[in-house]
Design a protein around this ligand. Sequence first.
Ligand code: NAD
Length: 489
Amino acid sequence: MSTFAVRSPVSGDVLSEHPVHGPEEVRDTVVRGRGAAAVWAGLGWAGRRDRLLAWKRALARRMDELAALVARETGKPEHDARAEVLLALVHLDWAARHARRVLRMRQVSSGLLSVHQRALLGYRPLGVIGVIGPWNYPVYTPMGSIGYALAAGNAVVFKPSELTPGVGEFLASSFGEAVPDCADLLQCVTGPGSTGQALALSGVDKVAFTGSPGTARKVAAACAGTLTPLLAECGGKDAVIVGADADLDAVAEAVVWGAMSNAGQTCAGVERVYAVASVHEELCGRVVRAARALSPGTPDGEYGPMTLPGQLGVVERHMKEALAGGARAPLGGPESVRGPYVHPVVLVDVPEDSPAMTEETFGPVVAVNRVADLDEAVARANASAYGLGAAVFTGSRAAGLRVARRLDSGAVSVNSVLGFAGVPSLPFGGTGESGFGRIHGAEGLRAFAAARSVTVRRFAPAVDLTSFATPREKAAKAVELGRRLHARF
Ligand code: NAD
């Protein structure tokens, strides 16, 4: 089997070698997963919950080891990697503890027409889920699918990003050690995009993909041939809306963290800010002051390098096109790109049709534009092809909530950024170029389950509409009665 090398984004040195799994190995893995899923099903809700919590405790105990591995492969500071692992633990805990409540069979109303039937709704696992992950949050992001899919009763075959295969292998092997009686329930296959494609074509029962919209299209095309369902978590171009009465220090602090943490390589990171004219200048000054205080570096910087070397060129192009179109850069500019790092950049008055406003920049760059009022801010925020996250800052929480209701994004934070990411009961996902489907929360569990509807006949109905023995006239009268009722109410 051929192998591929992982290089440090900081030094370029080879860190490790990993196998390139081809279609045959991927298919074998899926077959093993099916066997494990059958054992998993036999454990019942409590058995599965206890084992998932045992895995969670093992990951918590090994947080330092896992965070160090994340830091090595992505270049992000270890303190960031530890916070990422904690978020993943919070979600795994929630999924394990809530799966039974959300998915078990329960009675639902059967309605007047079917009053003689007892109606039951439950959810069954889909089987084997193929999870294809990105590199920017190599634990938190895929665990939003892995943890919820396992809790819903499925097996998982995980294809991590080719930049972070060690993290994927760690997750699978730690599961096997913590849950030895079901070790093949979570398996890892490694390799480039072709391994992901093999997984999409392998006959898994659903693919949960996280990555760029361009790759999502390729995965969707692969899934189309076998009608394999797909959940797609893609990029974002999140906007922050700032009202006239917002606490500008709090806004600047949140915007700079939302835009610059993880070197801006966050799907729901802050890339656009729309501030009403009366506070725009003042806010820009505070954002620049807060951003200027940051320096990237390894291991002690506030953030690390661009994990994907090719992204340096994208970030530089976005800045150059914005400046050529008339934007100003009160902090940094193209010269801030000093590979492998990008120093903080603040852009102002960026043309709305510039790539810095329309495409995912995925670097520590934030554009702060002026708007006349909150209506214009909402219109501009919604004018994006993406619809992942957003934030609103206003003096009054009620006013913030009113704006939140008008935003076309999957999640909104009022008076914070990314507030939703750490709330496991809240579903996460987007619309448009940001993808479709939801991870996290009850929706995130149901995403990996199929509804199973059951009726149990309780007694013979007065008029049985599902029998040829019912006289036609009697059936017609019953139908007419039903028609009249629906015509009136
Ligand atoms: P990417 O699209 O390049 O790769 C994602 C994964 O897809 C990798 O594992 C890759 O090997 C695999 N892949 C590539 N070609 C494939 C193919 N033809 N078939 C199947 N799989 C294939 O994305 P990336 O650079 O790893 O991640 C960054 C992107 O992910 C950004 O756009 C970011 O916004 C997005 N992201 C989204 C979320 C979210 O939850 N919405 C979270 C994190 C990252």
